[in-house]
Design a protein around this ligand. Structure first.
Ligand code: RUQ
Ligand code: CUA
Length: 622
């Protein structure tokens, strides 16, 4: 087949990139089916439960949202990088310490933990593009347990969270490049020589899930983009695309789109791990860093046309689809050929000591999917689904191996296309990044979604669309508001997790927990006032806290309930404080009593017929 680049002409391209709801290419304007009978296929009757969870990124809200599938109902918000008064997150000392000095994050790509290449239902990892962090949510209680970062030597943690087959690592790559180590000044004019990017292996403890930075690989200042991990034949490898292999540093819109091809990174993370063990790394800001010019075999470059964005490994681990935003095809690479090219040194030169794998030697074909291809997902039945930003559609196509007739005309393998409204970014098929996808549903996460809801003013609500992919043709089932801004998502079978409903008393190790009103009380040492408080339907013990102005007050609240859904909150009037405590949980709040007066506090979570009576007073004496 032809390895020729099908690149859009400049004018068409410029027009295409500016496309919005008003001027979509033909075919994408057809209304979604208005057939009411389809509603039954996503309908989950009152009292019934969804079959799947949809964990979707909340973008710059800093949070993760959970919807049920197929109902698409928003059922939970998991606060991660931003305070969330509804669960008291970001107000107590424990979550404040995790958030560090930041009050927001930019969540892009949730990644579920895996065992043997399948979801194991233990953890969900999410990245923060803004502050170079990565967080772990425990699916036992759907709460954020760790925030790691800012990651040293990394700026713009966009290329994550890509979990390896047995959750050995969450792999991340930098979107931006800066002078390293961080905190060093260099003139941006010297971008090519003084700036660097990085690929990092975040090690995950197999028992606790605790993350730490394992090692890093230094890269040229390309802008690393989306990635994926290998499995099967590509086990131990990972892939990222990049834009800006031009290494431009101003007006990127024009300067970074010059080259016909940018580079993908093909990373042998097992070799990197071994090289670090063998002492081949140099410490930089506390992290062992490998320089690929000196340590061959840890990273290769692979040309991908043109300004690529997504790169996705199929469930077999052999096929890798990478899409160039600026050309209407998706390049499918064969990992077996990649392995052979590496072994046989079939290279097209090198960049800074990193061999460039010969494109033609590893390409299986360029699939003419349509305009503005971004991301690809798989259903485990030999089909791939690529989101088309410019065309605002999803294309369905057949994975290799292809027969001769198909190879001759790859148009024949594009078997279906469905318009989405409008301008899709990510899409997700359940389990696409595992060995055994669920298939069945695809969720299109639309970036612009203009006019899809009754107007609420200039800020137009986002929407995501549920597509049934169980048949030959895709069927649009349902459309739902999704909290902004949805990037990637993960779908997990509901029965793959068994969340707890109360924190067992026996597991509460908080040193200031109290379980009986008789143990509650106030102690003082100097200016420090320590309150051990019990919350139980429908009272706080103690319910009077008397302090002197200037005292440093710490309240440890234990919700002693062991009954499901019996949640209490503690809100203190005019103190900007609210914690919410789940059954069996203890949380700590700290503040300085700097205002004289009497301040009521009350339970913020409706807990019983006498919830309103659950109140008390903080008296601050002059
Ligand atoms: S990127 S629309 Cu932040 Cu996930 Cu592709
Ligand atoms: Cu306790 Cu309301």
């Amino acid at each position: 087949m032809s390895a020729r680049l099908h690149v859009l002409s400049g004018g068409c391209l410029a027009a295409a990139l500016l496309v919005t709801a008003g001027c979509n290419p033909p075919g994408s304007q057809a209304p979604a089916s208005a057939d009411g009978s389809l509603a039954a296929r996503s309908f989950v009757a009152p009292g019934e439960k969804d079959e799947y969870y949809l964990f979707y990124s909340g973008g710059h809200s800093g949070q993760v949202y959970v919807a049920g599938l197929p109902s698409m109902r928003h059922i939970a918000t998991i606060p991660v990088f931003a305070p969330y008064p509804a669960t008291g997150y970001g107000f107590d000392e424990e979550s404040k310490a995790m958030m560090g000095r930041f009050t927001w994050g930019d969540v892009h790509h949730p990644g579920l933990s895996q065992k043997d290449g399948k979801y194991d239902g233990r953890w969900l990892f999410v990245n923060d593009n803004a502050n170079n962090r990565i967080a772990r949510i425990d699916l036992r209680d759907f709460k954020t347990k760790q925030i790691l970062g800012p990651i040293p030597n990394s700026s713009g943690n966009h290329g994550s969270s890509f979990v390896t087959e047995n959750s050995e690592y969450v792999l991340v790559a930098t979107r931006f490049s800066v002078p390293l180590p961080k905190g060093r000044y260099a003139d941006v004019a010297n971008y090519k020589t003084d700036f660097n990017g990085m690929v990092s292996g975040i090690k995950v403890d197999p028992q606790s899930g605790e993350m730490n930075v394992g090692w890093q690989i230094l890269t040229p200042p390309f802008n690393w983009d989306l990635g994926s991990t290998g499995k099967g034949p590509s086990s131990g490898w990972a892939f990222w695309t990049s834009y800006n292999s031009e290494m431009a540093h101003e007006t990127l819109e024009a300067t970074s789109t010059q080259a016909e091809r940018d580079y993908a990174a093909v990373v042998n993370w097992r070799a990197a791990e071994q090289a670090v063990k063998d002492g081949k790394a140099t410490m930089l800001d506390g992290v062992p860093v490998l320089d690929p010019a000196k340590v061959p075999g840890v990273i290769y470059f692979l040309p991908v046309p043109k300004s690529p964005h997504g790169i996705d490994t199929d469930p077999s681990g052999r096929w890798i689809a990478a899409s160039g935003k600026l050309q209407p095809v998706t390049s499918v690479f064969d990992f077996e050929k990649i392995q052979k090219a590496i072994d046989g040194k079939v290279f097209d030169g090198e960049v800074r000591g990193v061999p460039v794998i010969k494109y033609e030697a590893v390409l299986e074909g360029e699939v003419p999917v349509g305009l503005g291809p971004l991301h690809t997902q798989y259903d485990g039945k030999g089909n791939a689904y690529t989101s088309l930003y410019v065309e605002s559609a999803v294309a369905k196509w057949t994975l290799p191996p292809w027969n001769d007739a198909q190879k001759k005309d790859l148009n024949t393998i594009v078997t279906d296309k469905i318009p989405v409204h409008f301008n899709i970014g990510h899409l997700v098929v359940g389990g696409s990044d595992t060995k055994e996808p669920y298939g069945k549903y695809l969720v299109a996460m639309n970036k612009l979604s203009k006019g899809r809801h009754v107007s609420v003013g200039p800020s137009q609500p986002e929407s995501s669309q549920l597509i049934d992919i169980s048949g030959n043709k895709m069927t649009m089932l349902y459309e739902a508001f999704t909290e902004p801004e949805p990037h990637f998502a993960q779908i997990l079978k509901a029965d793959a997790v068994a969340p707890i409903e109360v924190y067992p008393k026996a597991e509460n190790t908080h040193p200031k927990a109290v379980w009986d009103a008789s143990e509650a009380g106030i102690t003082r040492s100097g200016k420090k006032v320590d309150v051990k408080m019990v919350a139980i339907r429908s009272r706080f013990v103690p319910d009077k806290i008397e302090v002197q102005a200037g005292d440093e007050v710490t309240i440890h609240v234990t919700n002693v309930e062991q009954t499901t859904d019996m949640i209490h909150g503690l809100g203190i009037i005019e103190h900007d404080l609210n914690v919410v405590v789940d059954p069996g949980e203890t949380k700590t709040v700290k503040f300085t009593a700097d205002k004289v007066g009497v301040f009521p506090f009350y339970c913020t979570n409706f807990c019983s017929a006498l919830h309103q009576e659950m109140q008390g007073y903080l008296a601050v004496k002059p």
